[in-house]
Design a protein around this ligand. Structure first.
Ligand SMILES: Cc1ncc(COP(=O)(O)O)c(C=O)c1O
Length: 404
C-alpha cells in the first residue's frame, strides 16, 4: 500500500452509505438566515405556538413525581393502552400488542425500516417527499426508486399505474407518506385499496407514514385522512408510523408510535432497546395527557390550520405569476414561484438575504420538487400577511430589475 493509500485508509470517515446521504437543503437555507433575527421562518414543519398547557403540565407533574427512569422498550402500559384506544376509534379495533411507543415519528420510521429492509433491498417511494423517508432506507444499504407525483390543474396527483408498475415482485417495501410533506397530497381510499391489494399479491411490505393524518381538510371524514389501517388487517405486512408532533404541537418532545403486526413486537422491542431503549418517561406521560384530554384541541387546531391555508392561498394567488392550489392535507403549500425553476435553493437563499423570508426549497424534496418552494402556514394570519407582503416586494424588485 502506498503512503497516500495508507493515509486515505487511516483517515477517519463514515461508511460510504452515510457519506452519500444528502445534507438537508432546508437546513442550508436556514443556516443562511442564522444570526438574522428579522427573518420570518416558514421553512420548518412546525407551528409557531407552544404545546398546549394541559400537556406541558402533565410532563411537569410527572417530573415532580419522579418519572425519570427507563421504561419498558415498547412504552408505558397506560400510554400503549391509550394509543390502542385512539387508533381503534379512528381506524377500527387495534389491540395493545400491536402498538409501540417510539422517540418521535422519525425514529419510528427508522425502526420500521430496520425491521424489514436490509442491504440491497429495493424500496419504492412517491415523491416529492420529506427527505428523511428517502434517506433512511439508504442508511440501511437499500436502493430507493421514486415515482413522481404530477402537478397540474388539480394540484398534485398520482399516476397510479406508474406506481403499480414500479412495485415489481422484486420490491421489498413501499414507503409512503400521506398526507404528504411537502405537497399536501392525500392518497384516496380507492388508491390505497388498489395499492394494498397489489402489495399483498406481490409480497411487498408497506410502511405508511401517517403523521399528518389528523391535518386533513377534505370532507372531515371522522377528522382523519384515509389510512392503510382502515383497510389492512393488523396482522399483515403493513406498519403504520405516527407522531405526537403535529396534531398536538409536540415537535420538541420527540414522541411517536408504531402500529404493526403483534408478531413483530419482540423484534421491534430489541431494535428500540439498541436505538434509544425507550422514550423518556415524563414525555410519555405528556403523550398520555394529549390522548386523554386533547381531542377538542386537535379539532380546533385543524380548523385554524384550514383557515390559515385558505388565507395564504388567497393572498398568494393575488401575486402575479404565482401558481398555488389548496391541498387536502398536512400544513404546507408547495407552489411555483417566478425564478424557482432556475434553482429553488438559490432563490430561497436570496429570499432570506434580500426579503427576510424563510421558505424551504423544492429541490430539498427531490429533483421532482425543483421549481417549487414550500411554505409552512402553521402560524397566525398577520405573520402570513407580512410574509406575502415581503414576497411581493421581492418579486416586484426582481421584475423592475429585469425591465431596467
Ligand atoms: C412526513 C413526515 N414524517 C415524519 C415526520 C417526523 O416527525 P417527528 O419526528 O417530529 O415525529 C415528519 C416531520 O416533519 C414528516 O414531515
Amino acid at each position: 500500500m502506498s503512503e497516500t493509500d495508507l493515509s486515505q485508509a487511516l483517515f477517519p470517515h463514515a461508511r460510504d452509505a452515510v457519506r452519500a446521504l444528502r445534507p438537508s437543503q432546508i437546513r442550508e437555507v436556514a443556516n443562511a438566515g442564522f444570526g438574522l433575527d428579522d427573518v420570518l421562518p416558514f421553512w420548518f414543519g412546525e407551528s409557531d405556538r407552544v404545546t398546549p398547557p394541559f400537556i406541558r403540565n402533565a410532563a411537569s407533574e410527572a417530573l415532580a413525581a419522579g418519572a425519570t427512569f427507563y421504561t419498558h422498550n415498547l412504552g408505558i402500559a397506560p400510554l400503549r393502552a391509550a394509543l390502542a384506544g385512539y387508533v381503534s376509534t379512528l381506524h377500527g379495533a387495534t389491540a395493545v400488542d400491536h402498538v409501540a411507543v417510539t422517540s418521535a415519528g422519525v425514529n419510528a420510521l427508522m425502526l420500521a425500516a430496520q425491521l424489514v429492509v436490509g442491504a440491497g433491498d429495493r424500496v419504492v417511494e412517491v415523491t416529492p417527499l420529506w427527505p428523511n423517508l428517502v434517506e433512511i432506507p439508504k442508511i440501511l444499504g437499500a436502493h430507493v426508486e421514486t415515482v413522481a407525483l404530477d402537478y397540474g390543474p388539480r394540484g398534485w396527483t398520482l399516476d397510479l399505474e406508474r406506481l403499480l408498475t414500479a412495485l415489481t415482485p422484486a420490491t421489498k417495501l413501499l414507503m409512503l407518506n400521506s398526507p404528504n410533506n411537502p405537497t399536501g397530497w392525500v392518497m384516496t381510499r380507492d388508491e390505497q385499496r388498489t395499492v394494498l391489494d397489489h402489495c399483498r399479491r406481490n409480497g411487498i411490505w408497506v410502511i405508511a407514514d401517517e403523521v399528518y393524518e389528523r391535518l386533513y381538510y377534505a370532507g372531515h371524514e371522522h377528522g382523519v385522512a384515509p389510512s392503510f389501517l382502515d383497510l389492512a388487517s393488523r396482522d399483515e405486512r403493513v406498519i403504520c408510523v405516527n407522531s405526537f408532533s403535529k396534531a398536538w404541537l409536540m415537535t420538541g418532545w420527540r414522541l411517536g408510535w408504531i402500529v404493526a403486526p403483534a408478531q413483530l413486537m419482540d423484534d421491534l422491542g430489541k431494535l428500540i432497546e439498541y436505538n434509544t431503549s425507550c422514550a423518556p418517561a415524563f414525555v410519555q406521560q405528556a403523550g398520555l395527557a394529549a390522548l386523554q384530554q386533547g381531542e377538542a384541541f386537535t379539532q380546533q387546531l385543524v380548523g385554524e390550520l384550514k383557515a390559515s391555508r385558505d388565507h395564504l392561498v388567497r393572498a398568494l394567488s393575488a401575486l402575479p405569476e404565482v401558481d398555488v392550489k389548496a391541498p387536502a392535507g398536512a400544513m404546507y403549500l408547495f407552489f411555483s414561484l417566478p425564478g424557482a425553476a432556475a434553482g429553488s435553493l438559490d432563490l430561497c437563499k436570496a429570499l432570506v438575504r434580500d426579503a427576510r423570508i424563510g421558505l424551504a426549497p423544492g429541490s430539498a424534496f427531490g429533483p421532482e420538487g425543483e421549481g417549487f418552494v414550500r411554505w409552512c402556514y402553521a402560524c397566525d394570519t398577520a405573520r402570513l400577511d407580512e410574509g406575502v407582503a415581503r414576497l411581493r416586494r421581492f418579486l416586484e424588485g426582481r421584475w423592475a430589475a429585469e425591465r431596467a
